[in-house]
Design a binder for this molecule. Structure first.
Ligand code: DUC
Ligand code: ZN
Ligand code: ZN
Length: 477
């Protein structure tokens, strides 16, 4: 298995080039790229004539087995990595659930145990930071040395017990700057969200769409600007997760122009869905934070990706089933749900659909080309999150993490075609052309002809190291 393979006659697409070539794989790594490579002594040959070959997608933002607002995320390391692999993903970065009193290393070890024997694809973690006593600050270097150099702090969710207040942000940034670590933030102003939510609840305005009204663009824009300001003053690089607003994206572009290493992600839902979705009867299913926004923000997200000040897309897959989303609410005498947006666990599915949404709304709509698709789905993420020289490119010595795509194959995306048991799909009915037909990790097929063809536990924990010279660049690499 994976000892030697030749993929012949495919169209190789990387972040910078598109060309016809054979790819030779030995011991899980790319060993040769060129015309008419010799298949002698190789175990297997795949004819990829007519297929596109891209680097496996990196989803740098998933939440597996995530306890939140009284519910538990549905995706574990088997079901989650399986769904992700069907969407062309070969590496995921998941968040730990570090709690008060716990060490970050403990939270990483819990995740490693959850993944062991289950994951189909490669993985790593971003520890969540919720407090900053000296023992946590000291752990930043330990974790960098352990191969886990990226962290996430929530600027909101005080009531849910996971907010990192400004003092914590500043301490973490100071330490991160010393040790080549990359702090990241979920940027929403908690005071704005909390006070608007209280007012809405008092006024009895708790329809699903109130979720978006109580988390307005200004809440995100202000929090991004505050985090950027701290990072600039302290001299720390900073990653902004899931940007959803025009103003937020503009603040990031401005900081980059001033020469500061600020990186940012946006997600498939902010590139394709508006807040109108929360007006549907089943709007509770689509409650996530930040919320979806009016149309002009969608356009701004595409512009950010095109111009490069938004560097990556992640799914922010935080998979709660429809049942889990309904669970905290009462029903009326007719059995209809009584909407109370504030009780619904926040989170959207997307790790499998990211491929399809970006292909349909990005490539097919002419907003990006396939090289840009690669850049925003794997190449930039590998550079920013310490996976370069291993993943995110098709180059000699890199892991043979590849996706073979049939560019002519079409599909109507419906819930029953997806592989996670969430009972909903925000992109129901989306027409996609260009479908993954094989996902390969380190030279081994994971998904082939619609089937899982690898044993659970094949996926490995990947130790990461940030490249300080890369962290002085930004935008597109
Ligand atoms: N956003 C969500 O929608 N869910 C969980 C965490 C988050 O930031
Ligand atoms: Zn978040
Ligand atoms: Zn998230």
């Amino acid at each position: 298995m994976g000892q030697g393979m030749l993929i012949k006659n495919g169209t190789v697409i990387t972040a910078h080039r598109t060309y016809e070539a054979d790819i030779k794989i030995e011991r899980g790594k790319i060993a040769g790229i060129g015309k008419d490579l010799d298949a002698q002594n190789l175990e297997k040959t795949i004819d990829a004539a007519g297929l596109w070959i891209i680097p496996g997608l990196i989803d740098m933002h998933v939440h597996f087995l995530s306890p939140f607002m009284g519910q538990m995320g549905a995706a574990d390391f088997y079901s989650g990595t399986k769904a992700a692999a069907f969407g062309g993903v070969t590496t995921i970065l998941d968040f730990t659930n570090t709690d008060i009193g716990q060490t970050m290393l403990e939270s990483v070890k819990i995740k490693e145990e959850q993944a062991e024997g289950k994951a189909l694809i490669d993985y790593s973690f971003h520890p969540r930071i919720v407090e900053a006593p000296q023992r946590i600050i000291d752990e930043i270097k330990e974790l960098v040395d352990y191969g886990v150099p990226t962290f996430k702090m929530f600027m909101t969710y005080r009531r849910q017990g996971i907010q990192a207040h400004d003092g914590i942000l500043m301490k973490v940034m100071e330490e991160a700057a010393k040790h080549n670590a990359l702090p990241g933030v979920h940027a929403e102003n908690n005071d704005i969200v909390e006070s608007l939510t209280e007012e809405a609840v008092e006024a009895g305005e708790t329809d699903w769409h109130a979720h978006a009204r109580t988390r307005p663009p200004i809440a995100e824009e202000e929090a991004i600007q505050r985090a950027v300001y701290f990072a600039q003053r302290i001299g720390s690089p900073l990653f902004i997760y899931h940007v959803s607003t025009k103003g937020g994206a503009e603040a990031i572009a401005k900081a980059q122009k001033q020469g500061h290493p600020i990186y940012a992600e946006t997600c498939p839902h902010y590139l394709s869905l508006t807040d109108e979705i929360l007006k549907r009867e089943d709007g509770y299913k689509y409650i996530c934070s930040p919320p979806m926004r009016p149309k002009e923000h969608i356009e701004a997200m595409w512009e950010g990706l095109q111009k490069g000040y938004l560097s990556v897309t992640g799914s922010d897959d935080c998979n709660y089933s429809s049942e889990a989303k309904r669970a905290p609410m009462d029903v009326d005498k007719d059995g209809e749900l009584i909407p109370e947006f504030q009780k619904v666990v926040n989170g959207l599915t997307g790790m499998e659909s990211r491929f399809h949404v970006l292909m349909a709304k990005g490539v097919q709509s002419g907003k990006i080309n396939m090289n840009e698709f690669v850049r925003i789905t794997s190449y930039n993420a590998a550079k920013i999150f310490g996976l370069s020289a291993k993943k995110g490119d098709i180059s000699i010595g890199y892991d043979a993490d590849l996706v073979l795509i049939d560019p002519h194959k079409e599909m109507k995306l419906t819930y029953d075609k997806l592989h996670l048991d969430t009972q909903y799909n925000p992109w129901e009915g989306l027409k996609v052309k260009g479908i993954p037909v094989m996902t390969m990790v380190r030279g081994n097929p994971i998904i082939e002809q619609g089937q899982v063809v690898v044993e659970p536990g094949y996926g490995r924990f990947v130790r990461r190291k940030l490249d300080p010279s890369l962290l002085r660049q930004f935008g597109n690499f």
